[in-house]
Every structure is written in structure tokens, then in C-alpha cells.
Design a protein around this ligand. Structure first.
Ligand SMILES: Cc1cc2nc3c(=O)[nH]c(=O)nc-3n(C[C@H](O)[C@H](O)[C@H](O)COP(=O)(O)OP(=O)(O)OC[C@H]3O[C@@H](n4cnc5c(N)ncnc54)[C@H](O)[C@@H]3O)c2cc1C
Ligand code: FES
Length: 279
């Protein structure tokens, strides 16, 4: 007898194994989660889970990493009603998880190409599993570029990992900040400036872009100016979500539901919608 498919609307119980503050003050934190019974539902880079705090609410959060010991890592920014309550939870507490949902970054299609990862702010979290994947399978890819921009040096995420990536010879890492402080010795300016001078081969690159929508808009313009075809640029879109499985319509974006047709889209599918204000 075949097993009954899991109901995608029913959260499974996970335990918060540990909480790591990613920025001073804990505005961004990472949870390491382990299923309480049963196997971890392993998602692909780019997919998201609906995280449910009992009695508070549910939010879509991208997979930020897969732990080696059957754990799942999510990185969350405290911005409002639900995430603020989540920021107060500690290791040992319980959380509901539905998912993984949505489309993934094109890590297979990118094999044999230059890989260009462009992240703004917390947009580095959904791209982090791609970095883990391409570095673990380094021989399958040509050059790899990570271009990362934040508002200020204090907002840089995953600092230790960034340093490790910088220390390798097989990935080019460039970090820029909008506003420098006295400690900053690196680039200043928006992330698009890094695209303009990046040493990638535009026709033979797959670009994956994640960050605030305005940043993605300018990133796409820079990539196209450099000659990267629209079908080789992928974006991860965000909208308010409720069901995450294409029933409720909350995440509608033109003719697409971001929860099931996205969140990762090739730009040539979004192009007609991207310039429509407040869509
Ligand atoms: C597919 C997908 C993946 C996502 N992945 C992540 C992730 O990995 N990590 C993460 O931290 N967030 C992620 N988000 C965003 C996250 O879901 C929202 O920040 C969260 O739902 C906000 O819920 P809230 O109840 O805490 O805030 P609300 O009470 O809903 O919002 C409070 C205020 O914050 C503003 N706000 C809401 N969302 C955002 C946002 N994304 N950025 C800036 N301001 C916002 C609202 O406009 C409002 O003013 C993702 C969203 C989607 C759709
Ligand atoms: S969240 Fe319900 S249709 Fe996408």
C-alpha cells in the first residue's frame, strides 16, 4: 500500500536546536531546526518553508542552509508582527513547518557556465544554499562570482563564512556598502557597480539575484547592459503569502502565483510585469 501524501496545509513539529544572532542586536537571527519525529523534508536551494509560531502566525522564509546532521537552517529578519515574536523564541522551543514550497535556483542549468550571485541585504540568505552547492560541486561550474551589497558594514551577514569564501581561489567575492564607517576598507556604492566591473562572461553566465525589489530592478538593468540575456537572469520574488500552495491568491503577481510558480523566476517571464507599479 502506498503512503498517503502529506497534507501541505498541516505544519509538522520542529524543535529549535539553536538560535544564532547574525547581526548585533539580533535583528537578524538564524534558527537551526530539527524535526520532532520523522525525517527532515530536504528542500532545494531557493525553496521556502512556512514557519508557524503557535498562536501567533505563519511566515514564508527561504531555506538558508541544510545542516550536515539532518537539520534545517532559516535566517529571519525581525520586521513585524510574526517575526518579532519569533525573535523572542529560544533553543528548545517548538515551531511548525510546512514545506518546502516553490521553485528552486537553477543550479543544474548553471553547470558549465559562469555563476553570478548578486545579493542585497538579507537576500544573501536564500542564495547561501546555492553557494554551498556550487562550492561542493566546484568542478561542474566555470567561474563563480558573489557580489553582495548592504546598507552599512554592520549589516553584513554570515561574516565568518564570507571570510572563508574570500580565502578560496575558486570564488570571487566582492562586498560593497552604501554607507561606509571608519572601519570599512572595502567598496562603497550600490551592488550594481560590482556588476559593471565584474569579470564574468556575460553570454555564458547564469545570474541569480535576490534582494529588495528596487535593488533587483537595478541589478537586472546592469546585467542586461553587460549583455546577460533575460532568460539567463533569475530573480526571487516576495509577496504576502497565506496558503503557499496556490489556493488563496494572496501572492498573485500578474498571471503568476509567487508561491507555486516562483519564488524563483527567469527574468524573461517577469519582464512584462516588472515595470508595472504596485503590482
Ligand atoms: C518566498 C519568500 C521567502 C522569504 N524569505 C525570507 C527569509 O529568508 N528571511 C526573512 O527574514 N524574510 C523572508 N521573507 C520575508 C518574510 O516572509 C516577511 O518579512 C515576513 O512575512 C514578515 O512578517 P511579519 O508578520 O513579521 O511582518 P508584518 O507585520 O507583515 O510586516 C511589518 C512591516 O514590515 C514590512 N515588511 C514585511 N515584509 C518585509 C520584507 N520582506 N522586507 C522589508 N519589510 C517588510 C511590512 O511592509 C510592514 O510595514 C520571505 C518572503 C517570501 C515571500
Ligand atoms: S499564498 Fe496562497 S496562492 Fe500563493
Amino acid at each position: 500500500m502506498s503512503a498517503r501524501p502529506r497534507d501541505p496545509m498541516l505544519p509538522r513539529s520542529y524543535r529549535i536546536e539553536s538560535v544564532e544572532s547574525e547581526l548585533p542586536g539580533g535583528e537578524v537571527f538564524s534558527w537551526t531546526l530539527r524535526p520532532r519525529g520523522g525525517e527532515l523534508e530536504v528542500g532545494q536551494p531557493g525553496q521556502f518553508n512556512m514557519l508557524y509560531q503557535l498562536g501567533i502566525g505563519e511566515v514564508p522564509i527561504s531555506i538558508s542552509a541544510l545542516g550536515e546532521d539532518g537539520t534545517l537552517i532559516h535566517t529571519i529578519r525581525d520586521v513585524g508582527g510574526v517575526t518579532r515574536n519569533m525573535a523572542a523564541l529560544s533553543a528548545g522551543e517548538e515551531i511548525g513547518v510546512r514545506g518546502p514550497f516553490g521553485t528552486a535556483w537553477p543550479v543544474a542549468a548553471a553547470e558549465g557556465h559562469d555563476v553570478l550571485l548578486v545579493a542585497g541585504g538579507i537576500g544573501l540568505a536564500p542564495l547561501r544554499p546555492v553557494i554551498h552547492h556550487v562550492l561542493a560541486n566546484r568542478e561542474r561550474y566555470r567561474r563563480i562570482f558573489l557580489l553582495y551589497g548592504t546598507r552599512q558594514p554592520a549589516d553584513i551577514l554570515f561574516r565568518k563564512e564570507l571570510e572563508r569564501w574570500r580565502g578560496r581561489f575558486d570564488i570571487d567575492v566582492a562586498v560593497t556598502v552604501d554607507r561606509a564607517d571608519a572601519s570599512w576598507r572595502g567598496d562603497v556604492g550600490v551592488v550594481t557597480r560590482l556588476i559593471e566591473r565584474g569579470g564574468f562572461d556575460p553570454r555564458n553566465s547564469i545570474a541569480m539575484v535576490c534582494g529588495p525589489e528596487v535593488m533587483m530592478r537595478f541589478a537586472v538593468m546592469s546585467l542586461e547592459r553587460r549583455g546577460v540575456p533575460a532568460r539567463q537572469i533569475y530573480l526571487s520574488m516576495e509577496r504576502n503569502m497565506q496558503c503557499a500552495v496556490g489556493y488563496c491568491g494572496h501572492c498573485q503577481y500578474g498571471g503568476h502565483f509567487i508561491c507555486k510558480d516562483g519564488p524563483v523566476f527567469p527574468y524573461d517571464r517577469l519582464e512584462p510585469l516588472f515595470d508595472v507599479r504596485e503590482l
